[in-house]
Design a protein around this ligand. Structure first.
Ligand code: URA
Length: 223
């Protein structure tokens, strides 16, 4: 008979191996929000977003979440829209999914302050539903101004919503992830949304795929 404790040890070893493969063994220290650069065009845009009343999401939000990070980042992450924690704190990706995104960014050898993190829509859709096409259309100019100012080389789109928007397709993230989609000003790398990884916590293959995608991004940025 196998000793069940032995299996347990094996499981733990496997688990640790997996995490070190992901280089996700770092614990996130609750990084500070990067100091906004006063008087910069990006700061002015962020201020405009904070006061935006262009769509009905302004009525239900606590506060708008423009985005944060390096104003000259080579790498940008675009999610769907702020969730509850982001709505409360006014910062993108600070809840559970955000902590996983931070681990991924750290595993890539970056800090959050090295990259720029934002969303398709800047205000929380009620009950964390996906933003609808009208909300995206009304909000999209903010994102495009951010891209124009920051001029990232690579944009990682997290999940279906930003991926389908940038690639103008209805195909799903599973078939779109893992390869670069080239545009004149930047390359898009679609990958799974961290919330999807959390919802499928037992699925190592998904995490391995995200890590593969991020390794491609890292190689590209080194060139
Ligand atoms: N999910 C997103 O898509 N964006 C956030 O900022 C947080 C969670």
């Amino acid at each position: 008979m196998n000793d069940p404790r032995e299996n347990n040890h094996l499981d733990i070893r496997e688990h640790l191996k997996f995490f070190s493969e992901l280089a996700a063994e770092f614990f996130v220290q609750g990084e500070e929000a990067p100091a906004p650069t006063e008087n910069s065009p990006l700061k002015a845009l962020e201020e405009r977003v904070l006061g935006c009343l262009k769509c009905p999401l302004a009525k239900t939000r606590i506060q708008a979440v423009p985005g944060e990070g390096n104003a000259a980042a080579a790498l940008m992450f675009v999610g769907e829209g702020p969730g509850h924690d982001e709505d409360v704190q006014g910062r993108p990706f600070v809840g559970r999914a955000g902590q996983l995104l931070t681990k991924i960014i750290n595993a890539m050898g970056f800090q959050r302050t090295d990259v720029y993190i934002t969303n398709m829509v800047k205000c929380r859709p009620p009950n964390n539903r996906n933003p609808n096409s009208q909300e995206i259309e009304i909000c999209q100019d903010y994102l495009f101004e951010q891209i124009e100012m920051i001029q990232p080389r690579v944009i990682v789109t997290l999940g279906n919503v930003p991926t389908q928007y940038f690639l103008k397709t209805r195909s799903g993230i599973t078939s779109l992830r893992g390869k670069f989609h080239d545009f004149p000003q930047y390359r898009i790398m679609p990958t799974f949304h961290p919330s999807y990884l959390i919802r499928n916590e037992g699925n190592r293959e998904l995490r391995r795929q995200v890590w593969d995608d991020m390794q491609q991004v890292m190689s590209d940025l080194k060139e």
